[in-house]
Design a protein around this ligand. Sequence first.
Ligand code: AMP
Ligand code: ZN
Length: 472
Amino acid sequence: MKIYNTMSKQKEEFVTIEPGKVRMYVCGPTVYNLIHIGNARPMIFFDTVRRYFEYRGLEVNYVSNFTDVDDKIIKAANEEGVDSSVISERYIEECKKDMASLNIKPATTHPKATLEIDGMIDMISTLVEKGYAYRAEDGTVYYRTRKFKDYGKLSHKDIDELRSGERDLLVTGEDQKEDPLDFVLWKPKKEGEPYWESPWCQGRPGWHIECSVMSRKYLGDRMDIHGGGEDLIFPHHENEIAQSEAATGEEPFARYWMHNAFLNIDSHKMSKSAGNFFTVRDILKKYDPQVLRFFMLSAHYRNPLNFSAELMQNAENGYNRIVNCGEDLDFKLEKAGESPLTGDEEKLLGEAGAFRDDFIRVMDDDLNTADAISAVFELVRFINSNMPEGASKAYLSGLKKLLTELTDVLGLIIFKDREGLSDAGIDSLIEERQQARKEKNFKRADEIRDQLKEMGIVLEDTRDGVRWKRAK
Ligand code: AMP
Ligand code: ZN
């Protein structure tokens, strides 16, 4: 299997440090608000990466943090007149609810920065001892970027140019720094802020040190994959490398650096600070969560994805196509006899297996979920045209098993219990029935009518078209 590594700017063969096991860390959200659908992109994508590894028989240790101490959290807390932990705990809970709706598996560990302060103080002390960090007069501790010989290796930036570009920082209040690229490891508290005791001053950690410490604690000095959105490459991940490799003496800190491109609106990055965002909660008022998940996976993760009503509509249609196929299968399965698998059916099942091979081939090529969805569509098309009257239970369940196997890897829930079928799913079945009638395919139209009836859906033909309601 190949994975694109931001470090080498190439697809590389994926080889784990420990055979059969993957250790991966994905930077999680800062919790001061409901998560927006931009934040959901890495959550959904990396959850799919994890599911794929598990599908391929690897054991995955998946760590994703919550940044629960930060200026924005403190600001929100001050505005509400509550402790900052009230804000962060509230939004961690809300984030977990959104993750559950989107069928994102909980990580093996979800560390919280505020519970790992001792580890951060330890790592900063090590960096100070080794000469990689220094304390300024007011108690701030900075990382000494000049001392780390490979600084800039991940982001491929011209560090000297950056340095000279930011030289004026040194005369605008940040002149405690030795170098404009030095960054904060520990900062002194300000009035009304949460703080911890430390050898340097009462204060709190900088953001970058949090991830170096939490990833090391739960995954060790080295890990296979470190991921996040591409905005984190510089400075966040660059700084994590500088901290971790200097502190542990081990390199590389992470073997593969994976970054998802942005979710945009009108070609601008969706972000809380720019105010051009939709929360996951907003979107789930209008769409089935599975449609949002489908939408995120419908583009390659390294391509920007533009959010629009039109693309969401496409996603809804695409998702419903798979759901409808699943429902047809279920419907036929209930009626199917116990007759043994025929030779023809066995042959067809063998042919269907080719779509699994396609699916694996494209996922093996840098997790191409867009092409993986195409492989599922091909399977759906195959199933739709190979479900003859009188098909055996064994045959139909073979197809259902394969469809479930592939959609499970993408984390898409296709077979909901009947009670739970979404309104959109019902609408599209009705639409399919209308279409079948138009094409004089009365057999199919009647099948759908029976299927809906069994689900307790009552149809009414009105002058404005077909209406439906759930029978009590
Ligand atoms: P934040 O809460 O801003 O620290 O972001 C948490 C995660 O979401 C990080 O991995 C970010 O890179 C990612 N992220 C934030 N906004 C977007 C966006 N518009 N598109 C894709 N990923 C994003
Ligand atoms: Zn991080």
